[in-house]
Design a binder for this molecule. Structure first.
Ligand code: NAD
Ligand code: IPM
Ligand code: MN
Length: 365
């Protein structure tokens, strides 16, 4: 039997709810492929602040680094919103991404046939959308220096951040994106703000230069404001998108809505070595936390990405993906994706239904 160490980071809000059901599904899908998991649950975010006083305890990072893959729920909540920067849950997540060196964040957005009617876009616009946002995750304005608070020459308070990218950082994320585009349908759209920002001008230059190494990939460029518009005008024009940290954050939330709900979108964050970090793209959803209303499918699909991209266990990954589709086929929906004629269930119940689908091997051959 193969065995893997998985670090579980439930975090805050709906994080523990979605992680609990995703863990069960991961375990079951693994066991059907002869895989054994040992799980280490560690605190991060607000949970870690309350328990230990910092948003990313040293031990959490150490355990995560020593494991084969990390599955995270979500972090953040009203309780900690007014904390100083270094004591914010979000800072813990950024430290985790930086600490694991996971610079490439893959955020696939697929409109499932079962959920076309949950999209806010018209059926003919949404149907068949299948895109991959490759978001740079450990650089840009999130990490750039100088940053901070100060007083300007007029004595007014200021807050400032710096968008900064090195050629090295751009080159390595671009290579990941070109490779992904090559395996998909050979189209790569780089999204930037090169008409205004120097960091984007360098971004475009480096990516353009790299294109000669990938002659089979058709590279295009788009300004981010236009991209935000094009995503809702005609999302099917996109296949693979590569973009910086903050544009990727925003565009992936936008793309999620085309698929029906942010509760559906998984992600994989990968570095050049060491364990990957897998998490839904949504947050801790404090408005529905503790009510068993959260959609755990994004986290289950993140567990599938963990199997596929983190461990190379494609069969177990496919089992989860098929089970999610089968559960939707059988009519089960959480509130965020519910539409007329379907069975409205909570987080736990849809989790149990996915378990049944995994168990029966529905859709999996
Ligand atoms: P959010 O993604 O938590 O919620 C936005 C809206 O989507 C809410 O109405 C929420 O109920 C809904 N939603 C999100 N996930 C859902 C799910 N799985 N099922 C059903 N509905 C879902 O974003 P926000 O409200 O802007 O942020 C809340 C907190 O989460 C903040 O503290 C923020 O910093 C944090 N956050 C964390 C992450 C992360 O951990 N990776 C990501 C985004 C936001
Ligand atoms: C995400 C979140 C995070 C980000 C926050 C919570 C730091 O929005 O994972 O998309 O901005 O990257
Ligand atoms: Mn986000």
């Amino acid at each position: 039997r193969k065995s893997y160490n998985i670090t579980l980071l439930p975090g805050d809000g709906i994080g523990p709810e979605v992680i609990s059901v995703a863990k069960n599904v991961l375990n079951l899908a693994g066991s059907l492929e002869g895989i054994e998991f040992s799980f280490n649950e560690m605190p991060v975010g607000g949970a870690a602040l309350d328990l230990i006083g910092v948003p990313l305890p040293e031990e959490t990072l150490t355990v995560a680094k020593q494991s084969d893959a990390v599955l995270l729920g979500a972090i953040g909540g009203y309780k900690w919103d007014k904390n100083e920067k270094h004591l914010k849950p979000e800072t813990g997540l950024l430290q985790l991404r930086e600490g694991l060196g996971v610079f490439a964040n893959l955020r696939p957005a697929t409109v499932l046939p079962q959920l076309v009617e949950s999209s806010t876009l018209k059926k003919e616009v949404a149907e068949g959308v299948d895109l991959m946002v490759v978001r740079e995750l450990t650089g840009g304005i999130y990490f750039g220096k100088p940053r901070g608070f100060d007083t300007n020459e007029k004595g007014q308070e200021i807050g400032y951040n710096t968008e900064v990218y090195s050629a090295f950082e751009i080159d390595r994320i671009a290579r990941v994106a070109f490779e992904i585009a090559r395996k998909r349908n050979g189209k790569l759209c780089s999204v930037d703000k090169a008409n205004v920002l120097e960091a984007s001008m360098l971004w475009r230059k480096i990516i353009t230069a790299l294109a000669s190494e990938f002659p089979d990939v058709e590279l295009s460029h788009m300004y981010v404001d236009n991209a935000a518009m094009q995503l809702v005008r005609n999302p099917k024009q996109f296949d693979t998108i590569v973009t910086n940290n903050i544009f990727g954050d925003i565009l992936s939330d936008e793309a999620s809505m085309i698929t029906g709900s942010i509760g559906m979108l998984p992600s994989a964050s990968l570095g050049s070595s060491g364990p990957g970090l897998f998490e839904p793209i949504h947050g801790s959803a404090p408005d529905i936390a503790g009510q068993d209303k959260a959609n755990p499918l994004a986290t289950m699909l993140s567990a599938a990405m963990l199997l596929k991209y983190g461990l190379g266990e494609e069969n177990a990954a496919t089992r989860i993906e098929m089970a999610v589709l089968d559960t939707l086929d059988r009519g089960f929906r959480t509130g965020d994706i519910h539409s007329f004629g379907h069975k409205l269930v909570g987080c736990k119940e849809i989790g149990e239904e996915v378990m049944k689908s995994v168990d029966s091997g529905a859709g999996y051959t």
